[in-house]
Design a protein around this ligand. Structure first.
Ligand code: ARG
Length: 277
């Protein structure tokens, strides 16, 4: 079986210098950079037990580049690089694009006018052949047909309605075996119907407000391991009943910027998902 591969970016220049999501506003304490390094290293060491890690060089003055989920979205040797909605993150784009090119990926030339934030808003289902794609805050629905064409995959549009959950990966997580973990109030009515139509009740794990606020949906799932900032005893028990094993890695410093485990990673190879041709 092919091994998993994940892209990460060290937090050398990580900080909260601007406000582009509600988590970044009104911080009482700025992120502690030493603590951020410790947390990031522990996340990397934990993930490296289940996946190979690729590193992209961090860049000065790009404090959010650590969130590689937003580099783009990848399947096989095809990638779609992000075009950020907030201007603050646009200078990251050439770095991510050149990493994809240097590493042999074919890049789609997405229409310049369309906002698209990569793996933050694109999640391959782990049971069926479709891509859950968020829109509403950071990815525009106009990106969806381009993604569907390029990857030749069915895109299921999911509308996000709560600005605290501004990327789909903050409130939705496809799990091995076709399970999902999700926080229903983050989605509009039609999107909840789309989710419930595709995923049978016994495969849906509902994440409540407290767990969602602790970024429980922002998880890295590799086989039966779920690596996450934190999960309540109740959520852990529910996941255990489905044979998942939760590994908590505290990521408090990154939550100050509105991201945690999943945002700090981009799946380049996922052994349970067949790559597009
Ligand atoms: N501060 C970053 C932003 O607002 C956090 C990105 C989190 N990434 C994610 N995939 N949810 O863009």
């Amino acid at each position: 079986m092919s091994k998993n591969k994940i892209l990460m970016c060290p937090p050398n220049y990580f900080s909260v210098d601007y406000v582009i999501n509600p988590w970044m506003s009104g911080l009482t304490e700025p992120p502690d950079i030493n603590k951020a390094h410790e947390q990031w290293n522990l996340l990397k060491d934990t993930i490296s037990q289940y996946a190979d890690i690729e590193i992209i060089e961090p860049q000065p003055d790009l404090p959010d580049m650590v969130f590689t989920a937003n580099a783009g979205v990848v399947s096989g040797n095809k990638a779609i690089a992000s075009h950020f909605m907030p201007h603050e993150r646009r200078p990251e784009e050439p770095h991510f694009k050149s990493w994809f090119r240097k590493n042999g990926y074919d890049l789609l030339d997405l229409d310049e006018k369309i906002g698209f934030e990569g793996g933050g808003d694109c999640l391959f289902d782990r049971g069926g052949p479709w891509l859950w794609t968020g829109h509403g805050f950071r990815t525009e629905i106009e990106a969806h047909p381009e993604i569907a064409n390029y990857f030749d995959v069915e895109v299921v549009p999911i509308k996000l309605i709560d600005e605290r959950f501004y990327h789909i990966d903050t409130c939705f997580c496809p799990l091995t075996g076709g399970y999902i973990m999700y926080h229903p109030p983050a989605f509009d009515y039609d999107s909840r119907i789309a989710i419930e139509t595709r995923i049978p009740p016994e495969k849906r794990i509902i994440v409540d407000t407290m767990d969602a606020g602790n970024f429980a949906c922002n998880a890295v799932n590799l086989k039966n391991k779920i690596i996450v900032n934190s999960a309540s005893a109740y959520l852990k028990e529910q996941l255990k009943q489905k044979d998942f094993d939760v590994i908590e890695v505290e990521l408090s410093e990154f939550i100050k910027a509105g991201g945690s485990a999943k945002c700090l990673t981009l799946k380049l190879i996922d052994s349970v998902i067949p790559a597009v041709k």
